[in-house]
Design a protein around this ligand. Structure first.
Ligand code: LMR
Length: 337
């Protein structure tokens, strides 16, 4: 009798251990991927594509939960949340790494540094891009890829045709010292604000104008508040897809390489759709009839470029002379062809 009771207790313990082991074997690894823009933007769509590819490639052993539109964290909080492990994956704009202490990323913010997307890709897909991503490791972050968005437009409630038109305007920027210098070079007063604050800041007059690629401008309904938009393509906005390093290194290697494969595919997709997404957004802004669009002529663009050129020299000590030279070199190779 005693033996039977012992046997039953032993069998029950064994069964519960097996059930637990089975449940944990089946429980997927969850990756929370947080970002601040709308789902129907280049970044939003690429995040969804990564989810599909990653879940398929891992046979469902990994689940990607995408949180768009600041749902989980806003600009200022998301990098901290990643470092603490509260989320596993982010894709902040390259202009948001300065406050983390990785200033070199601000090279991407320099006005008119990339004459074409081709030059940009030579940087992001080449050794310079790889080295930049590696810099994040000391911050407990692994950089996986660069995702494209596009060249920025400028907007305000008055026409912006010459650099003199910026005088005295309060312009929203991302928290980048290069963008701060850029707006000052134009005679404007830069105001660093989180992305989620921009709409209200434009509405209440905290700022007079802003800059962003058309996809962000349209999906955040900024065209409802800004009467004039200038296609200046004066600067670039793109993303670094990043993960918590400890989490990433702790993944089973088969899972990690499947996720790397999915990221490669998602990156191709992101870079393939960005331009079209921005063109469509621009068309939608035009159709809304709320914002007058002005495209700078070559002569006017040259005037803008000259007005902002001093920013390169001013920011050289912050970004690093060698890095700057490497990026110029890629542009020169392109120009010489
Ligand atoms: C911004 O803050 O304007 C952008 O970086 C938002 C984004 O992630 O595209």
């Amino acid at each position: 009798m005693k033996l039977a009771a012992w046997f039953l207790a032993f069998a029950a313990t064994l069964a519960s251990h097996c059930a637990y082991a089975q449940a944990s074997a089946q429980a997927p690894i969850v990756i929370k991927f947080s970002h601040v823009v709308a789902s129907d933007t280049p970044k939003g769509k690429a995040a969804e594509r990564f989810k599909q590819l990653a879940e398929k490639a891992t046979g469902g052993r990994v689940r990607i939960d995408v949180y768009p539109n600041n749902q989980l964290y806003k600009d200022k909080e998301e990098l901290e949340a990643l470092q603490l492990g509260a989320v596993q994956m982010l894709a902040p704009s390259l202009a948001k790494f300065g406050p983390l202490g990785v200033r070199e990323f601000e090279v991407f913010d320099l006005p008119y540094i990339f004459p074409t997307k081709e030059v940009l890709y030579r940087v992001t897909e080449g050794p310079v891009g790889q080295r930049l991503l590696k810099k994040l490791e000391t911050k407990g972050i692994t950089g996986l890829a660069f995702w494209d968005n596009g060249f920025k437009v400028m907007s305000s409630n008055k026409p912006l045709r010459t650099p003199a038109d910026f005088k005295g305007l309060k312009m929203r920027i991302q928290p980048s010292k290069v963008l701060d210098a850029q707006m000052r070079a134009l005679g404007a007063s830069p105001q660093a604000l989180s992305f989620n604050e921009v709409y209200q800041a434009l509405q209440s007059g905290v700022v007079d104008g802003t800059e962003n690629p058309p996809s962000n401008f349209y999906t955040q309904r900024m065209h409802e508040l800004q009467r004039h938009l200038t296609v200046s393509n004066h600067g670039y906005l793109g993303y670094a897809v990043i993960v918590n390093k400890k989490f990433w290194d702790g993944l089973p290697s088969g899972i990690r390489s499947a996720l790397e494969g999915a990221m490669k595919e998602a990156t191709k997709y992101a870079n393939a759709i960005a331009q079209k997404e921005n063109e469509e957004a621009m068309e939608a802004i035009r159709k809304s009839g709320k914002t007058t669009i002005y495209v700078l002529s070559d002569r006017e663009r040259e005037e803008w470029r000259r007005a902002m050129l001093s920013v390169h020299k001013e920011m050289e000590p912050r970004i690093g002379k060698d890095l700057l030279a490497e990026v110029y070199h890629e542009a020169a190779i392109y120009a010489a062809r």
